[in-house]
Design a protein around this ligand. Structure first.
Ligand code: UDX
Length: 448
């Protein structure tokens, strides 16, 4: 199969590389010349575990190519993936200008049958808009009854990739959702995804609008699930319960499920915040007030800085002269992504209150430096961050933070105080080791 992938951001690059791995011939196209040059020389422009191996193998095998020329990519392709940015506007609605511009360009150049596949997360009705935009451009080149006028279909095929697990999620998906009303496109999509659903997980076919909504509903549901647990955690703290126990207690019910029940300092990243906001917005546009989503957004915003009042309760409102070590900056482990990361909101409030922050993150420090520069200090490793600090604040559950050298932590900190936004340690071990330890949804260990 010949495939073009337009846009080599996170989704486009993972999609293109994984499709090449199944034997397809893939050309990825991007307007960023520097990025394309890098990729041609074998450099993966994003951090994603396991992607580099597949990337190199498929370039070597001659199945994965890069270009800045849309026509070069599109001409041989039967399937054209659109993996373009859809950034939220001020009001939370997705900006479709990149997607529609490429639809227009395609209408100006295609010569034979193409399936145009929306991979970006887009509002309900976008497949129709892409169809209309492309058809309008074709109208400029061909009469509607012209034999030479190429046919095309627009398919909605949302991605469900998690950062840090994207390769695995693509290669072994729980399900693939395909929205199309065309039999011809359906057959091609079925063939395309056959190698990826061999474990019996389904390719679920539906209409375009349902596919578009499925993506938003899935992410909004998961964000709501996390937020619900964060609310339970807040109640646990007040009534003397332990959210870890409650989590296991309710998660063992298969109807609830164990996953995505971990309380913490809120969800972040490029998907959940954007998708919850967009679904709330498009529901309002459809004259429906999706009230639970407003609550989810509101609660999550508060939750991101839930550690700050605890820090202030311990040290007093002014944090002048206080030095705080921070472990973890990325919005979650195994990524360098800091979009909507709770750490940034916490840093903002701590520095406003006069604290000095010295942070360590295994992957995200360059991105944070690029965004906030010298507002904080950056340590070379997790223990260096602790030198002379008054307390440790944990924002991301990287594996290396899970079983640290507690003696070193105690020796380096001025006082053995930990504020943990990710519940990494058991209360018993903290008590035994003599820490003051505050986490989410559990009682504070005071050692007094
Ligand atoms: C998410 C979806 O999982 C994926 O299907 C979609 O395509 C893109 O958005 P991602 O943003 O990469 O993926 O991260 P994910 O692992 O889902 O975590 C999202 C956020 O929820 C993180 O901030 C994480 O810390 C938080 N989270 C997750 C919790 O707070 N508790 C949990 O139990 C799970």
């Amino acid at each position: 199969m010949n495939i073009a992938v337009v846009g080599t951001g996170y989704v486009g690059l993972v999609t293109g590389t994984c499709l090449a791995e199944s034997g397809a011939n893939v050309i990825c196209v991007d307007i960023d010349e520097e990025k394309v040059a890098k990729m041609k020389s074998g450099i993966v422009p994003i951090y994603e575990p396991h992607l580099d191996v597949l990337f190199e193998r498929n370039i070597k095998a001659g199945r994965l190519h890069f270009t800045t020329d849309l026509k070069e990519a599109v001409e041989p392709a039967e399937l054209i993936f659109l993996a373009l940015p859809t950034p939220p506007g001020e009001d939370g609605s997705a900006d479709l200008s990149y997607v529609l511009q490429v639809a227009k360009d395609l209408g100006g150049m295609i010569e034979d049958y193409k399936v145009v596949i929306d991979k970006s997360t887009v509002p309900v009705g976008t497949a129709d808009k892409v169809h209309e935009t492309l058809a309008n451009e074709l109208d400029k080149r061909f009469d509607r009854d012209d034999q030479n006028r190429p046919e095309f279909d627009v398919v909605s095929n949302p991605e469900f990739l998690r950062e840090g697990f994207a390769v695995d999620d693509f290669m072994k998906p729980d399900r693939v959702v395909v929205g199309t009303s065309s039999d011809r496109a359906r057959k091609l999509m079925d063939e395309l995804y056959k190698p990826f659903v061999r474990q019996g997980n389904p390719v679920i076919f539906m209409d375009e609008k349902s596919a578009e909504l499925t993506k938003y509903a899935a992410n909004a549901f998961l964000a709501t699930k996390i937020t619900f647990m964060n609310e339970v955690a807040n109640v646990c703290e007040r009534v003397g319960a332990n959210v870890d126990k409650v989590r296991i207690g309710i998660g063992s019910d298969e109807r609830i499920g164990k996953r995505f029940l971990f309380p913490g300092i809120g969800y972040g990243g490029s998907c959940f915040p954007k998708d919850v906001q967009a679904l709330a917005k498009s529901s309002k546009e459809a004259d429906y007030d999706f009230r639970i989503l407003d609550a989810v957004m509101d609660i999550n915003q508060t939750q991101k800085t839930a550690l700050v009042p605890r820090i202030k309760k311990y040290f007093g409102d002014s944090l002048k002269g206080k030095k705080l070590a921070m472990w973890g900056l990325a919005f979650k482990p195994d990524t360098d992504d800091i979009r909507e990361a709770p750490s940034l909101y916490i840093i903002d409030e701590l520095t406003k209150a006069g604290a000095e922050v010295i942070a360590y993150d295994p992957e995200a420090m360059d991105n944070v430096r690029g965004q906030i520069g010298d507002k904080i200090h950056y340590a070379n490793d997790q223990y260096e961050a602790l030198n002379d600090a008054d307390a440790l604040v944990i924002c991301t559950e990287w594996q290396i933070f899970r079983s640290p050298d507690f003696t070193a932590i105690k020796n380096k900190l001025k006082e053995p105080v930990i504020f943990d936004g990710r519940n990494l340690y058991s209360l018993d071990s903290m008590e035994e080791k003599g820490f003051y330890y505050t986490s989410i949804g559990r009682q504070t260990v005071t050692n007094k």
